[in-house]
Write a protein that binds this ligand. Sequence first.
Ligand code: GLN
Length: 532
Amino acid sequence: MKYIIVTGGVMSGLGKGITMASIGRILKNRGYKIVPIKIDPYINIDAGTMNPFQHGEVYVLGDGAEVDLDLGNYERFMDVELGREHNITTGLVYSAVIERERRGEYLGQTVQIIPHVTDEIKARIRQVAAKSGADICLVEVGGTVGDIESMPFLEAVRQMRGEESDFLLVHVTLVPFTTLREPKTKPTQHSVKALLELGLHPDIIVCRCKKALKEDTKKKIAMFCNVKGEAVISAQDTDDIYEVPLLLEQEGIAAYIMKELQLKQLEEDNEWTKMIERRKSLAIRDKKIQIAIVGKYAELEDSYLSIKEAIKHAATAIGCNVKLKWIEAEDLEVDKALNPLFDDVHGILVPGGFGVRGAEGKIKAIEYARTNKVPFLGLCFGFQLAVIEVARHVAKLKDANSSELGETPHPVIALLEEQRGVKNKGGTMRLGNHVVFIRGDTVAKKVYGKKRIVERHRHRYEVNPEYIERIEQEGILFSGTDRSGVRMEILEIPDHPFFFATQFHPEFKSRPNKPSAPFKAFLEACVREHEY
Ligand code: GLN
C-alpha cells in the first residue's frame, strides 16, 4: 500500500479536503484505485449531532454513517462509495481504546496515548486501506498543525512514515498577498516549522493563494522548507472547485507524485476534463435560471453543500446556468407578500432541516410554489412540510402539522414507529440506503426511469399512515413508498408543472458526471417554465 497524507497549516478552511479529493481524482484518471480516509480530531463519535451552522452539512453515507462533509467531496471527485470506517474521529479512537481497557485486553499495562492510542489510529488506517483493495490510501488529517487535538494523529503519521516504504506527506498552507500584491511566505515557513517540531517533514507543499505563485516565490519556499522546487505547488483561487484537479495537474503535482511513489500511467481517463469543458462552455450559454433555496442556515451555504453541488451537476448535464438565491425561511414568516422575493426565481427548493424555527416560512414558500405553479423540489423536511401544506390548504385539515413542531389536532407527520422510546440522539435516525418502490405512470417513474431505486435517508419523522387516503383524495399522489407500502417516500402533484418532494436525500448520490435524477428533472422544469 502506498500512502499520501494531507495535513494543513496556518488556518482552517484552506481547502485541504478539495486538495486531497483532487489528488485522488488525478491518480484515478491514471488508472489507480484510491481509498480516502478523513481524520476528524474532535471528540464527537461522528458528525451526526453537530450543528451545520458550526460545521457545515452532515453528510450521509450509504451505510448510514453521518460524517464530515469532506467525505462528500471525496465521493464526488473520486466517484467512490464510502462507508463509516472512512471517517476516523478522536471519539471513535478513544472509545475503542477505553472499551479494550475495560475488557482487560491491555493485560495490566498503563494505557497511554503512545503507543495505545497511536496504535489504534494506525491499525484503523491500515485496516481500511487493506480491506479496500486499493493501490493508494489518501489520509486527510483534519484541523491545523499545532492544534492540541490533532497531536496523537500526527504522531501516528510520524510513526507510519518510518514503518512504510511508500509514503508522501502533502502540506497545505496559505500564501497571502499584501496590499502591494506581494506574496508572503512566512506563514508557510512557520507552519512547516510546526510540522518539523512534531518530527514530520513535508514532501509536497500546496500553497493556497489568490493567484498563481511565480518561480521566485516557489524557490524561496522550497529553500526555507527543505523541499524540491518542483514540489511547491500553487493552488490559486478558482470559481469552480471541479477545476482544482486540472489546476494542480498543470502545476506538476501528478508528475511529482508519480515519480516519488514510482507509479506508472496505467490508463488515461479524460472524463473529468471533458466535464470541465462542458461546464466552461455553460458560462457563455444564455440559458439562465434562478433558484430560491429557502433554508434556515441560509447565511451559511456550507450547510447545504451537497444540494448546491447536485444543482451544479444537473446544470452541467442539461446545459444551463443556475444562480442561487438564498432565502432565510424566518424572513417569510412576517406578514408580507412573497411576490417581490420570488418574482425573479424560476424554481423553489426547500431542503432538509430540523425544528420549528423557520418551518412556517418554508410552508409559505411551498404554498407559493404550488399555487403559482412554480417548479418545486422538497427534500426530507421539505417533503414533510409539503405534506403539511397540502394537508392544511388542499385537504382542509385545519392546523395540520408535524408532531416534531408542536401540538396539533392533525399530526400528518409523526414519529416513526421504531423511533418511539429512542432517547439517544447520535446515530439513531432512519439512516442511509433504503429501497424505494415507485408506482407506474407517475412523474417519479418518468424522473427515475425505473421502479426500484436506492437513495440515502436521514429522518426521524414520516407521513402518518392514517392521513394518506385523505390527502390522496385531493389530487396529490404518493408515488414512491418503501417495500411495505406504508412508509411514504415521494410526493407529487400531477396537475402542476413540477411539484416533487422526497423523504430521502437524493443530493448525496449526485456526482459531477452522474447528476441526481430529481435535480435534473427539477432544473428541466425550471427551464421549460421560464420564457426566454
Ligand atoms: N426533522 C425531520 C425528521 O427528523 C426531517 C429531517 C431532515 O430533513 N433531514 O424527520
